[in-house]
Ligand binder design. Structure first.
Ligand SMILES: NC(=O)c1ccc[n+]([C@@H]2O[C@H](COP(=O)([O-])OP(=O)(O)OC[C@H]3O[C@@H](n4cnc5c(N)ncnc54)[C@H](O)[C@@H]3O)[C@@H](O)[C@H]2O)c1
Length: 315
């Protein structure tokens, strides 16, 4: 039986470590040729760029008989992102799949956040995801016009920090909410070219949740005992991404999934859950009373990270 991603070519950004590395290893195992992109930076994006993490993952893929090439471009650089797409075309002759996964963190409370902390995080997550989507979609559209249907797949990496909000992550959460929206919009624009775009919100033990975030490190940082189920292994994320990247997921459009610990949650974004209305201009105080009555029904109740992590632990 053919493997799920046999003959496909995938770019996975930030795949030198963590979740992206697991995605690269699994997708290579399932038959895809991989561009392992990673800048090799510190978790806050600082430090000298190095393609060592990307090279290591390429070596792992080659050791198991797969095909991969390392790429050390910065996803936040528009021209650099174009070179990532060209790297796939030069080495493997085509591109089917883009996984926007590269990420950094610079957590600060809003009143302490510097302009640089804001710009750096928005640049990697939001502009980086746009950059790859932009160049890949231009290529997929051109190829489609020539009659070459590549079943393009875009998978953006969002986060609960953006979908439900998290303290200290105004820069990161804003970018992550936006990359989910970006997937939904790209999907609407690119459906006619045979492309799907979806987003995932992973939960996994990586340096972003252990070294960079003390609040999650306490729960997620602990290594399981030998032979025990590991709810926070980043390996739990990869099967969803591999499936979304496959031809089998051709009719999955503009969806957002939370994934971790063997669970996949189907998420639903902004949608109407209640309404107050009057065929006249409201008196402000009267409108307030009507809205309070509606809100009291609990229909906008918020999820929180504590409950989500507890449910990953409990299975
Ligand atoms: N770990 C979690 O629980 C979690 C939760 C929600 C979202 N995410 C998201 O998952 C993705 C992967 O993160 P991770 O947890 O595996 O962290 P990680 O730090 O292990 O991996 C991120 C990788 O991205 C690379 N990178 C950073 N900036 C880059 C750039 N400009 N260009 C190219 N590569 C760059 C880094 O070098 C690193 O290897 C990120 O987008 C992150 O925000 C993770």
């Amino acid at each position: 039986m053919a493997r799920l991603l046999e003959g496909k070519v995938a770019v996975i950004t930030g795949s030198g470590r963590g979740i992206g590395r697991e995605e690269a290893l699994l997708m290579a195992k399932l038959g895809a040729k991989i561009v392992v992109n990673d800048l090799g930076a510190h978790f806050d994006g600082s430090g000298q760029p190095t393609d060592t993490p990307a090279q290591q993952v390429v070596s792992e893929i080659k050791a198991m008989g797969g095909e991969a090439v390392a790429n050390g471009e910065n996803v936040a650089d528009f021209k650099g992102a174009k070179r990532i797409v060209e790297c796939a075309l030069d080495h493997f002759g085509k591109l089917n799949i883009v996984v926007n996964n590269a990420g950094i963190l610079r957590d600060r409370m809003i009143f302490n956040m510097s302009e640089e902390d804001w710009d750096a995080v928005i640049a990697v997550h939001l502009k980086g995801s746009f950059n790859l989507a932009r160049h890949a979609c231009e290529y997929w559209r051109e190829e489609h016009k020539k009659g070459n249907v590549l079943n393009g797949r875009l998978i953006n990496t969002s986060s609960d920090a953006g979908l439900i909000g998290n303290v200290g992550q105004a820069n990161y959460g804003s970018a992550k909410a936006a990359v989910a929206a970006l997937a939904i919009i790209v999907d609407k624009e690119m459906q006619k070219y045979g492309v799907t775009a979806n987003a995932i919100a992973p939960i996994a033990r990586t340096r972003l949740t252990v070294d960079a975030t003390p609040s999650t490190a306490a729960i997620m940082g602990q290594q399981p005992k030998e032979g025990e189920f590991d709810p926070f292994s980043p390996a739990h994320v990869a099967p969803l991404v591999a499936w979304l990247a496959s031809d089998d997921a051709a009719d999955v459009h503009g969806e957002v999934f939370r994934v971790g610990g063997g669970a996949v949650w189907l998420m639903k974004g902004w949608h109407t859950v209640g309404q107050v209305s009057k065929r006249a201009v409201w008196d402000a105080a009267e409108l307030g009373r009507a809205l309070k009555a509606e809100l009291a029904k609990g229909i906008t109740a918020k999820e929180d990270m504590g409950r989500i992590l507890a449910s990953v632990l409990q299975g």
